[in-house]
Design a protein around this ligand. Structure first.
Ligand code: ZN
Length: 411
């Protein structure tokens, strides 16, 4: 987004504050805030990477006296040292305001009942959904993840109107509700789901089977948590709360700003954070700026749904591709469901790529035709050949968290 003089003033204030932390004292050694006079000066500052934050473990990122910290959260590192993000009371309050604003953008009000099926604890998901619900004055039903029997019972008995869930768990619930034939006892109107890359087909299936409108909420533990942006009912991208943050879209390889509207990696600078201010934090999420004004009338600028992770780029037979392209390709083919998996293997000195997709089609010849059709699509869209295998509905594993799509068995 454009870096106006007003924003630059706000950013500089935040940099001066960040320099109270041990981490930024070291990371920005030799940098004088007064020397940052233009947007270009700002774009020359080093990025902050997740690995940098890991090295600041446990509280090196903290920019206030630790007595002012009221809570910590931690990002779900799969390996090694976690990242710890400290929050002051103002940070917690600001997060609640942003999350409540997300609910309002989605047309959710205090008369709604919000069932929260995402995790609680060090992770920011569950508590963020709850903070926002309470701020809004809605009824939070904080079940946390799993226990599908209880989820469905509560949904029926409490007449839950809003579901907060990952897209994979929402799909699992939708399938379970259909299987039990209890859809007429379900009062859901809206699904708010953490923005992750998921195809149109899966969205449509969940929307139809649960009878809900879908809202993608954006966020990450390093920057408050979920709730820093959401799509509006018109569904042209997600509005970002730019009174709390400034974002850039960069080329993940060169680190330079992409042209307006081009796909790149989202980089965020916080504007109001006290506990853990971050400057030019690389999210690894791929998206693009949605240009122009939104017909909904909101003045908050928009980014596209998350299109993938910059670490998810797969290189096979010398070709780089984003799994999101496969979602797009499958979405265009009738008879193919939303669920798929890509296996990459190395056999006899060659990379082999296999794409499994689910289909309701049971006739052997029809399945073969579909495989051929998908094979052509893959070659055309991705630029390499793949082995295509159709499987039945529900044959591929579902997950309560994000469903992995690509399994790289080469290394
Ligand atoms: Zn809008």
């Amino acid at each position: 987004m454009e870096l106006t003089n007003d924003i630059l003033v706000s950013i500089k204030k935040n940099i001066a504050h960040a320099l109270h932390s041990d981490f930024y004292k070291k990371h920005f050694a030799g940098i004088n805030v007064d020397d940052i006079k233009t947007a270009d000066d700002f774009f020359k500052l080093p990025f902050t990477e997740k690995n940098d934050l890991r090295e600041a473990y446990p509280l090196g990122i903290c920019a206030v006296d630790t007595d002012k910290i009221v809570r910590i959260h931690s990002s779900s590192g799969t390996t090694g040292t976690p990242v710890i993000i400290p929050y002051t009371q103002k940070d917690v309050d600001d997060w609640a305001i942003q999350f409540a604003r997300c609910y309002e953008m989605a047309g959710i009000s205090k008369s709604d009942r919000i069932q929260i099926t995402v995790g609680y604890g060090l992770w920011t998901a569950g508590i963020g959904f709850q903070l926002g619900a309470e701020k809004l004055g809605a009824m939070a039903v904080p079940l946390g993840p799993g226990n599908t029997d209880k989820q469905i019972k509560m949904m029926e008995d409490l007449e839950t109107t809003v579901l907060g869930a990952t897209s994979s768990y929402a799909l699992l619930l939708a399938e379970e509700i259909a299987k039990r034939g209890v859809k007429d006892k379900i009062h859901l109107k809206k699904l708010v789901t953490g923005s992750e890359r998921w195809g149109e087909k899966m969205r449509n299936r969940i929307a139809t089977e649960l009878g809900v409108e879908l809202y993608d909420i954006y966020g990450l533990t390093e920057i408050y948590g979920p709730g820093i942006g959401i799509n509006c009912p018109l569904q042209y991208g997600m509005h970002m709360w730019t009174d709390y943050l400034y974002y850039e879209i960069i080329n993940p390889t060169t680190g330079e700003q992409v042209k307006p509207g081009e796909i790149g990696e989202l980089v965020i600078t916080t504007l109001q954070k006290e506990g853990a201010p971050l400057i030019r934090f690389r999210t690894r999420d791929l998206t693009r700026e949605v240009l122009g004004d939104c017909p909904c009338g909101s003045a908050f600028p928009r980014i596209d749904q998350i299109l993938g992770r910059s670490d998810d780029m797969v290189k096979v037979k010398g070709v780089m591709f984003f799994p999101a392209r496969v979602d797009e390709m499958l979405a265009g083919i009738d008879g193919v469901s939303s669920e798929y998996q890509i296996m990459i293997d190395h056999l006899d000195g060659k990379d082999i790529i296999t794409l499994f997709f689910e289909t309701a089609e049971t006739d052997a010849q029809a399945r073969k035709n579909l495989e051929e059709h998908v094979g052509h699509g893959f070659k055309e869209k991705i630029g390499i050949a793949a082995t295509i295998k159709a499987v039945g509905m529900g044959d591929l594993p579902r997950s309560e968290k994000k469903t992995p799509r690509v399994f790289d068995n080469r290394y």
